[in-house]
Design a binder for this molecule. Structure first.
Ligand SMILES: [Zn+2]
Length: 348
């Protein structure tokens, strides 16, 4: 209905299936820092010791961006749009059906955010995320990817002293440097066309990631490729290590250090992808990279930059999710619910 450059029948579902049906869309993304984001849970940046590449036994410390640090800002981008176009609301006195509160007991359980990305409400049930994301690792090592910065917190008039007393609140924090790359694969399990556009739009539009809203840094998501397969593909770590193996070496045989250029890395990542897909033993139905990818992204861009078509996508997404929610959790007393209950007792 929306996209012309994809043969839709083979890769999208016309409604969200209740059980996994083996259709996967993978967005292979290079996340590039554009300023100084903080990816930490405590005072220090998260990092892990791993092999630098697949061809070398060299160990490297890499900065880690955990799953939630990636998905939360992207979810919020989508949620903002749902409210902007009145599909959901945060007004308690408004339409009760459309009220949805993030990360609370009051997730609505039927909007695109709740259904695509999942939710968990104590006893009341949960929905597994259909958007699968894993921790991402910096391509370059920790030492060359971060900087410790001291900051002071001056008083409002701009100095560090008040009533003759000098404030000593200098802090120190590790920030990620600009132009650091985090290869990351975002997978949608069993996408519909509207879901695909909704999730891709969130990836393309989200710019701020990091610890808290006041201390976030900007980040740019470069789409390297989009692959439609019948199974899961490699981890972010493996992709990162494989990409590391492709980096240029100097005359002494050492890997040339960054900062790296996005365009060069995109080309290298796109080149290794078919190999990785083959190693994953999946059947690839469609692979978009290079020119083909540009055409697709442009087409999605056309749709999401015009209010009329964007709203159509959001409405389509919303009604698919509502429909799915009813099939999953039939209203009390309906014949569907009785059948479900019968089935459940039979299997016990
Ligand atoms: Zn919701």
């Amino acid at each position: 209905m929306f996209l012309q450059s994809i043969e839709k029948q083979s890769v999208f579902h016309s409604s969200i299936p209740l059980v996994p049906m083996g259709k996967y869309a993978h967005f292979v993304v290079l996340r590039e820092t554009n300023s100084f984001p903080l990816f930490r849970t405590d005072e220090v940046l998260n990092f892990a010791q791993v092999s630098a590449g697949l061809k070398t036994n060299e160990i490297m410390s890499r900065i880690v961006v955990f799953k939630r640090k990636q998905t939360t800002p992207e979810r919020l981008t989508g949620r903002e749009l749902l409210r902007r176009y009145n599909l959901t609301t945060d007004e308690e006195n408004g339409d009760k059906e459309r009220y949805c509160e993030y990360n609370s007991e009051r997730f609505c359980k039927h909007c695109p955010d709740c259904i695509y990305y999942g939710f968990a409400i104590g006893q009341e049930g949960s929905e597994r995320s259909k958007v699968l994301v894993d921790s991402a690792f910096s391509l370059s090592n920790y030492d060359e990817s971060h900087q410790s910065m001291t900051f002071n917190a001056p008083y409002e008039h701009g100095t560090m002293s008040k009533n003759g007393v000098t404030k000593s609140s200098f802090g120190e924090q590790d920030h990620v440097l600009p132009q650091i790359f985090f290869p990351s694969i975002i997978t949608i399990r069993d996408p519909t066309e509207a879901e695909f556009i909704y999730v891709l739009n969130n990836i393309l539009r989200t710019k701020r990631y990091g610890a808290q809203t006041t201390r976030t840094g900007t980040l740019e998501n470069h789409i390297v490729a989009i692959a439609f397969t019948d199974g899961e593909i490699c981890s972010n770590l493996k992709l990162t290590q494989k990409l590391y193996d492709q980096l240029d070496v100097n005359d002494a045989g050492q890997i040339v250090k960054g900062p790296y250029q996005a365009a060069t890395l995109i080309e290298k990542a796109a080149k290794i992808l078919p190999m990785l897909l083959k190693e994953d033993r999946v059947t690839t139905h469609l692979l978009f990279d290079g020119e083909k990818l540009n055409t697709l992204i442009e087409e999605v861009g056309e749709i999401v930059t015009q209010e009329q078509t964007l709203v159509q996508v959001l409405q389509q997404a919303y009604s698919e999710c509502e429909n799915y929610a009813v099939r999953c959790r039939p209203p009390r007393g309906s014949s569907d619910e009785k059948n479900k209950a019968k089935k459940a007792t039979k299997t016990k």
